[in-house]
Design a protein around this ligand. Structure first.
Ligand SMILES: Cc1cc2nc3c(=O)[nH]c(=O)nc-3n(C[C@H](O)[C@H](O)[C@H](O)COP(=O)(O)O)c2cc1C
Length: 347
């Protein structure tokens, strides 16, 4: 079981890297922020700080959950944690179940806190975690918040995955009511629908990471892992990121903070997300690809450039902070517009 889990963690990275090079689409192609030719904003004076409930973030860019549990993962987490520290951005670790079951794997997660003693770090477990597991995961890395992931498509396609999802909602409720740090309910690339966001908020959730479709695709990754009987026909499953973001913001944006994620690549994607109502944005695949192929220095420079893109875009739109970019006009076209119209969010 332990070996299988380690093998799976390694294979997720290996097959992710194979898939990522084929992804060229942009999940926000249907969204355009209207240019402001009379903008008087100086990019140097733009404030990109934001918050997730009581957690203050210098930047809306978050390094999303990816890994832990084997030696290579420790190196990845160490590199990511250094970058997070140097740039003062928040970072999540991958699922800590492997370390709860076998403490020998703890260092591959705790390295993140060791590298970044004062940074904002998120723990991570699945929605079947017990309260006790969650408290241990938080304690393991002195986490500022915990992500609880929802990944049913991945589990059912994975040959060794779980198929029993009974009590997911009750378990989330239990976690939300018994954990003393903020809880982020997150998808992993299949999106969150308005109806489900409402159910989560009714359970007490106040931070949702939409994890929409269009970026890392765990059905494709699992299909590469099990070549005997791959489910190619299911690879297009999921709610596209832009549509999921608008659904969740329109449905529960006044009650929950929303993180935009799933296929985000650029600073412009960040600004479009903020303009659509997101509080913050999270990146997994893009950052992992750059880290593995080009190294930590290139990733750090990439994130710094993204922050400049964010500020330049906000200046061109005439917004000096996140509250103002939310008020700027934008256009939603094509598939995303049709989707949101049919779902009753646009006239
Ligand atoms: C190699 C890899 C491993 C991942 N492992 C986890 C995990 O352990 N827990 C989790 O919540 N999400 C995990 N994710 C999902 C990401 O956090 C994110 O939700 C998803 O990849 C969509 O974002 P992206 O398109 O920017 O990659 C993983 C992603 C990748 C690429």
């Amino acid at each position: 079981m332990e070996d299988l889990r380690k093998k799976r963690k390694k294979e997720h990275i290996k097959y992710f890297l194979e898939l990522e090079k084929h992804l060229n689409r942009n999940v926000f192609d249907d969204v355009t922020i209207i240019h402001n030719c009379l903008s008087e904003i100086n990019p140097k004076e733009i404030d990109i700080s934001t918050n997730l409930q009581n957690i203050k973030l210098r930047s809306p860019i978050i390094i999303n959950a990816m890994t832990g549990g084997f030696y290579g993962a420790k190196i990845i987490n160490k590199n990511l944690a250094r970058i997070a520290k140097e740039l003062d951005i928040a970072m999540a670790v991958g699922s800590q179940k492997i370390a709860l079951d076998n403490p020998e794997n703890i260092p591959s997660f705790s390295i993140v806190r060791k590298e970044n003693p004062d940074g904002i770090i998120f723990a991570n477990l699945s929605s079947e975690a017990t309260v006790d597991d969650a408290l241990k995961a938080i304690d393991m890395i002195e986490a500022d918040a915990i992500q609880i992931h929802l990944n049913m498509p991945q589990e059912i396609i994975m040959s060794e995955g779980r198929t029993n999802f009974a009590n997911t909602i009750d378990n989330i409720k239990e976690l939300l009511h018994n954990i003393n740090v903020p809880v982020i309910i997150k998808e992993v690339g299949f999106g969150v629908a308005a109806e489900d966001a409402q159910k989560l908020v009714d359970c007490g959730a106040n931070i949702i990471d939409i994890g929409g479709a269009g970026g890392t695709n765990f059905i494709c990754i699992e299909n590469l892992r099990q070549t005997k009987s791959p489910y190619y026909n299911l690879e297009h499953w999921g709610i596209p990121t832009a549509a999921s973001l608008v659904e969740v913001v329109k449905q529960v944006g006044d009650k929950a903070d929303v993180i935009s994620s799933g296929g985000l690549k650029t600073g412009l994607d960040v600004v479009k997300s903020l303009a659509l109502g997101a509080n913050a944005t999270a990146f997994a695949g893009t950052f992992l690809y750059i880290l593995m192929k080009k190294g930590p220095d290139v990733l750090k420079k990439h994130i710094l450039k993204m922050e400049r893109e964010i500020k330049y875009t906000m200046a061109m739109a005439g917004a000096k902070n996140i509250a103002e970019i939310r008020q700027r006009p934008l256009i939603v076209e094509g598939r995303t517009y049709n989707w949101l119209k049919q779902r009753g969010f646009y006239k």
